[in-house]
Structure formats: C-alpha cells, structure tokens
Design a protein around this ligand. Structure first.
Ligand code: 4NP
Length: 156
C-alpha cells in the first residue's frame, strides 16, 4: 500500500476527512513522505470547492486542518497513480469498479474492509446529517486510519 486514494461521492465530507486523518497519522509516525495520499469524488458537483464546513470543523476539533483541500473528481489516471482506491460505501465502490480501465493496476475496495473493520461495512454519508453524524464519521475514519497504518507497517 504505497498510494491510497480515498473515494466518496462529493469529495467534501468523508474522503477529505479520511485523507486528512491518515495524513496526520503518517506524519505522526514520521513516514508521510513514503505514502501517496489523496481523495476524490465520483460526482462532479463540488469540483474545486473546499470541504464541507462541518467536515472542516470536526477535523479542527480533533487537531487536523483540512481547510486547504479542494474537491476533485475521480479520473482515469487515478487507476494508474494509486495502488488502492478505497471507497466510502458500496454505491461508490460500484461506480469506481465500473470506471476502472481494463488492465489498470489499482485495487478497488471498501475503505473499512481494507482497514480490517468488516467486509461490507460502509462509512455513512453525513451530508444530510448534523454535527453528531460528522463526529461519528470522524471516529469511524480514525479507527480505519489505525487499521490502514497497521497494514502499512506490515508491508501490505
Ligand atoms: P461525501 O458527502 O460524499 O462524503 O463528500 C456528500 C457530499 C455531497 C453530496 C452528497 C454526499 N451531494 O449530494 O451533493
């Protein structure tokens, strides 16, 4: 796992949070230069926009700054530039699998599955939720980051 792309629908809530949390963990471990980390959305509605203010706020409450991130849409190159495309839910997993070019090297998986948190477990979409939903998503993504770091340490 030396290139991780986190994928959700809008790239303004779940995947930028995942990106920020995992990057912070890698920095804390002193290995952030060794793993390429990014995030993207399957949808195009929010391209160029910063993360949702509620996502920025929950990250900030936990000491992580994601305000500088900008949303982008998944592109074909991503299937070559990253070795893992980690999807927030089954809907996005299906879209990403459909868009995968034949023969591209990237492995496509549910994020929580790759993190060892359950085979078909999903990160719930907090977009129509409230602050508590964002806190719940943050906690889930923190657990996922721990699982991913463990895998990275094992050389997976
Ligand atoms: P995300 O959340 O996929 O976690 O970034 C959403 C953001 C925007 C929308 C849906 C989910 N939307 O419908 O615009």
């Amino acid at each position: 796992m030396n290139g991780l792309l986190f994928v959700c629908l809008g790239n303004i809530c779940r995947s930028p949070l995942a990106e920020g949390i995992v990057r912070a963990r890698l920095q804390a471990a002193g290995v952030d230069g060794q793993v390429r980390i990014d995030s993207a959305g399957t949808g195009d509605w929010h391209i160029g926009r910063p993360p949702d203010p509620r996502a920025i706020a929950v990250a900030r409450r936990h000491g992580i700054d994601i305000a500088g991130l900008r949303a982008r849409q998944l592109v074909e190159r991503d299937f070559h530039d990253f070795d893992w495309l980690l999807c927030a839910d089954r809907q996005n997993l299906a879209v990403v699998r459909r868009r995968a070019p034949a023969g591209a090297p990237a492995r496509v998986s549910l994020l929580l599955d790759a993190a060892g948190l359950g085979e078909s477990a999903e990160v719930p979409d907090p977009y129509y939720g409230d602050e508590a939903d964002f806190e719940q998503v943050f906690a889930l993504l923190s657990d996922a980051a721990d699982g991913l770091l463990q895998r990275l340490r094992q050389g997976a």
